[in-house]
Design a protein around this ligand. Sequence first.
Ligand SMILES: Nc1ncnc2c1ncn2[C@@H]1O[C@H](COP(=O)(O)OP(=O)(O)O)[C@@H](O)[C@H]1O
Ligand SMILES: [Mg+2]
Length: 215
Amino acid sequence: MTLLQTEGLSRRVSPERWLFRGLDLSVGPGEQLALQGASGVGKSTLLNLLAGLEQPDEGRMLFKGQDLKTMNENARLALRRDSFGFVFQAFHLMPHLNALQNVMVPCLLAGLSLSEAKSRAVALLTALGLAGVLQAFPAVLSGGEQQRVALARALVHQPEVVLADEPTGNLDPETASQALDLLCQTCRDQGAALVMVTHATEAALRLDRRFVLTG
Ligand SMILES: Nc1ncnc2c1ncn2[C@@H]1O[C@H](COP(=O)(O)OP(=O)(O)O)[C@@H](O)[C@H]1O
Ligand SMILES: [Mg+2]
C-alpha cells in the first residue's frame, strides 16, 4: 500500500525557473525516505507540497490514493492535523506555550484527554533528554532544545506520515544521533511513513531510500 504518492509533480517559482518537474515519489507505511540536495534546490518546497501546504504547478499528490486537490480545505486541514506530523526547518513552536504544552497541542487537537496528552508528551520529551525543561518557554530554550521539542510535537499524536525538514540540523553529533534514532524507531514502531530532509549523508543512509533533488 502507498501512503503518500506524487504523480508528475512540478513546481515553478518563476516563469523560467522550475524547481522540479515530473516527480514521481511514493512512500508506504513504515517506509523511510531521505530527501537530499543542495541548498535552494526545493527540498522544503517539496515537503510543503507533500503536506498540501502548497499547490503544485503540475501533477498531483495522493494520500492513500486520494488526490489532495479533490479534498475540500476542511478535509485537508483534518488530514494534516490528525495524520501528519511536521518538523519545520524553523521549528515554529508556539511562543506563549511552554515545551510540554507545545507538545501536548497535537494530542488535544486530535481529541485525546489532557492526562493522555500530558503523559505522551512527557514520555517523548524525556526520551529526547528534555525532562528538565518541560516548563520552559521556547524563547529560553537553545536551538537544539527547540528542535527536539518540535520533533516531539511531530510524533506525539502518532501520525501516519512524518515530514521532517533537517530535524537534527541544530544538534551536536551525539544528540543528533539519539534524536534520529528516536525519530526512526518511533516511525517504525507506529508504521508511519517518514520523509526526512537531511544534509548529513550518514543520517540519510540510515533510512530505507535516498532521493536526491538535483535542480
Ligand atoms: N513561492 C515562491 N516564490 C518564489 N520563489 C520561491 C518560492 N518558494 C520557494 N522559492 C525559491 O525556491 C527555491 C527553493 O527553496 P526551498 O524549497 O526552501 O529550498 P531548500 O529547502 O532545498 O533549501 C529557493 O531559491 C526559494 O527562494
Ligand atoms: Mg529547506
